[in-house]
Each structure stands twice: as C-alpha cells, then as structure tokens.
Design a protein around this ligand. Structure first.
Ligand SMILES: [Zn+2]
Ligand SMILES: [Zn+2]
Length: 460
C-alpha cells in the first residue's frame, strides 16, 4: 500500500530564488528561530531526529505559501493580453451580446489570516472581453494564485482577484466565485464529546465588476449555469457567513498567559512574511495559531492518557467466560483522527480502521475505547507511519497479538505544497500476529473496509 514520502520532496522555489540564498536569508533564519520556540513550548525536544529539520521546513512552506506579496499582476498579464477581432464591448463572435469566457475549478491554497492554517479554494473566474482584448487563460489562474499566496480571508481574496483582472485586462466585466473549505478545530475533549465532528467549514463568496457589478444581473445567471453543467453548484453551500463563522479559531477560548512566548514567536513570523502583526485582522492571529498548536502538546496528553485509556484498560481484563469464535475477525472502521505533521507543523486527519481476532481470553472492546486510543496517539506531533504503528501496538496490548491497522489520511502539508491534489490521500498499514502470516485474513479485513468505504467518502 501507499508509502509516505513525508517531508522529503523538494518543491522548486519560483522566481529564481535558489535554495542556498533562501536558507541564508535573514527572514528564513528568524522564522526558524520562532519555530524552535513553538516546538519547545509544545514540550518537544528540538534535537529529536524527526524535528531537526522542522524549523526549516516550516519556514520554507510559509515563505512559499506567502510568496504572492512579492509578485506583481502586471508582470503576469503584460504580454498575455492579445487582440481578437470581434471581442468588442461585450459583443460575442456571432454579433450577439455575451462572449463570456470562464475558467472553472482552479485549485488554490491560501493561508487564513485569522489562524494561519491553510484553507482550500475552488476558484471559478469569468470575464466578458472588450476592446478586442482577450487574455491567455493560464494567466487567470496565475493572477488568482498571486492573491491566494498571502494571508487572506475569502471575500478579500475574491475582491482582490476580481479587481486585479479588471485592471489588467480592462474587459467589460469580471466575475469571481470561490468555494472555500477551512479545517475545523478539533481538540482532545471535543473529539470525544462529538463523535461526528465536522471536519470542514465550507462557504462560498463572489465578487463582480463591470457588467457583473450587480449581483442580480442576468449575466450572473449565465455564469452560474455554466458552472452548474459541470456539476458545480455553489448555491448548495452556505454563503451567509461572516469572518467569525468562517474561521473556527474565532470561537475558541482565550489562551493562558503561559503561552506568551509562543504568541510572540508567531507575531515575529508574521513580520518575516512582510505582514504587519498590528493590522486589525492579524491582532489575534498569533494566539489563535498557538491555541491550535497546543492541542498537540506532548505532556498534556500523557496526563490525559493516564486518566483515560489506562483507566479503561483495567476494566478490560476478561471478566466472564465470554470467549468468541477463534476465527472471528472483529473490526472497527472509520474511527476519525486528527494529528499534526511534525515535519511541517500542519494538520493531517482522516480515519483509522482496526481489525483484530478474538482468541481465547480476549474480549472484543467497544468502539469508544478504540477511538480513545486513536485520539491519544493522534493529538501530538506525528508522522503517519508512527501513528499507525503506535495504534497497532496499543491495541495489541489490549486485544492480543493479532491486530491490523489501516490509517487513511489527508495531509495539509502535501496539498498546500501542491504535491497532492484535493481529495487524494495516503494509506499506511501496520500488521501484527496472524494478519501478517495469513493473506486470507488480511484480505477479509481489507474487503470489509472497501465495502464500508463505498458508502461515502470520509474526507469531504
Ligand atoms: Zn482560520
Ligand atoms: Zn508534513
């Protein structure tokens, strides 16, 4: 099955910014120092093997993710606007009104200015040419990307893309629709309380100029219809939101004073990204980001484990003479988990499937107990392979040696760096006992997952 190549893939830096220059850049060095403060605040050993390169990886990802600050629309659009006879004042080739050009389904990634987590954007752009000017279609996505690669909120992103295209192409009008998905904020306690924790906050925004200025103009109906016949129906998801509803960090409780060093470190990162931490929208951002990170703090979890999983383990000792069939494969599928990639300090999340064989002396254990094992190992800095192995080992200590664990995950770090597409995911497997020696037992368990998975995708 799939193998993670976590953190070892180099994305070429754009604009001739070579890695050597990048590594020695004072801003990169300053971000690295700030990330070390964050790691120490999480109770981690910054010299641990898995974490040694994390400060550099985080700095690199953040600077690439915000490179839009140093890019200019003019450089991209210039030379890409070319004459096309007939595209005159909103008159199409056939002489009628229209001539609408749209580009659908551009995948963008942006950073939420309220919490610094990346959010996903499906971008649809349209314009009505005028003055015999059309623009190379690839430029639309490059212009949109300039503004996505900044700290953003959805409406501002839509407005900035719209006005940049309006100024760059000078058409009769520009329309921009963004469908945005922001990761929800789980935490250790709420993960237990809400078994069906909603993974994403979804919303959409639009922005229009010229003939699209009025939201009720007929041309918007055309635009939305052209999206619809490719299955894009934006109106099914909510558009009624404010920044408060959009970013879940806004609803989290205040951070304790103990984290002030970490908060100051994040503020210094903002300055290195050419942002002003005193900008109104960014004032709370450092504490929101630290609040999110603290979910994955090391020592808190050990305490929680003592109170939670171990307490349950005592109760798990076989109490009666309930012994199940030797050959019976028990499985718990689609246990959700949240974790934080220790290489990039970005979330990964997904589902865990656990299979085990009940032999003599072992009782099947409930879903909630297995779920707590999953959360225990999830809420810390992790890599997917280790998470998988640790869940298998803990489960095996309670359930006997015949255990198989499959973890399926979406990695924000892979998607935001453009290595994976939206919706792609990585599977890892840990196999103990009879599952490792008997292919038929493995196959039976995997078939169970396949049957379950056909009922719906967990990652949307
Ligand atoms: Zn946010
Ligand atoms: Zn990563």
């Amino acid at each position: 099955m799939g193998v993670l190549d976590e953190g070892h893939i180099n994305v070429e830096l754009e604009d001739g910014f070579s890695l050597g220059v990048f590594e020695e850049d004072p801003d990169t060095i300053a971000i690295e120092a700030a990330v070390k403060v964050l790691l120490e605040g999480l109770g981690e050993d910054i010299n641990r093997e898995g974490l040694r390169k994390t400060p550099f990886r985080v700095a690199k990802a953040l600077r690439e993710g915000t490179r839009g600050y140093s890019q200019k629309v003019k450089d991209i659009v210039q030379g890409a606007v070319f004459p096309e006879a007939g595209c005159e004042s909103g008159i199409g080739h056939a002489g009628g009104a229209g001539g609408l050009v749209i580009v659908r389904d551009l995948d963008l990634f942006s950073y939420c200015e309220s919490c610094l987590l990346p959010f996903q954007v499906k971008c649809h752009v349209g314009y009505v040419p005028s003055g015999q000017r059309v623009v190379g279609l690839s430029k639309m996505s490059r212009v949109a990307d300039i503004f996505a690669k900044r700290l953003q909120d959805p409406q501002r992103l839509a407005d900035e893309v719209c006005s940049a295209l309006q100024q760059g192409i000078k058409p009769s009008g520009v329309a921009v629709i963004l469908q945005c998905s922001h990761m929800n904020f789980p935490n250790f306690e709420s993960a237990f309380l809400e078994q069906n924790h909603q993974g994403w906050v979804k919303s959409w925004v639009l922005s229009g100029s010229g003939v699209f200025e009025n939201e009720r103009a007929d041309i918007w109906v055309d635009f939305l219809s052209l999206l619809k016949f490719r299955g894009i129906n934006v109106e099914t998801c909510s558009r009624d939101f404010t920044a408060k509803h959009w970013c879940p960090s806004q609803a989290t409780s205040k951070l304790g004073a103990a984290s002030s060093g970490m908060v100051a470190a994040v503020a210094s990162i903002l300055r290195c990204l050419d942002e002003d931490p005193s900008r109104k929208e960014l004032v709370e951002t450092p504490s929101h980001f630290v609040k999110w990170l603290m979910n994955f703090k090391n020592c808190d979890l050990e305490m929680k484990l003592n109170g939670f999983v171990l307490g349950q383990a005592q109760a798990l000792k076989p109490v009666g003479d309930v012994i199940c069939d030797d050959e019976r494969i028990h499985s718990e599928l689609n246990l959700s988990f949240w974790s934080q990639c220790e290489h990039h300090l970005l979330p990964f999340h997904g589902v865990v499937h656990i299979g085990y064989i009940c032999t003599e002396g072992v009782n099947p254990i409930g879903k909630s107990r297995l779920q707590s094992i999953v959360h225990f190992h999830g809420f810390k800095l992790q890599v997917q392979e280790r998470l998988t192995r640790q869940i298998a080992e803990t489960a095996s200590s309670l359930l006997g040696r015949d255990v198989m664990v499959v973890v399926e995950a979406n990695h924000t770090c892979m998607i935001s760096r453009g290595i994976e597409k939206f919706g792609s995911n990585t599977a890892t497997v840990a196999i103990l006992g009879r599952f490792s020696t008997d292919p038929a037992t493995r196959a039976k368990f995997l078939q169970g997952i396949a049957n379950f998975a056909s009922a719906g995708a967990w990652w949307m």
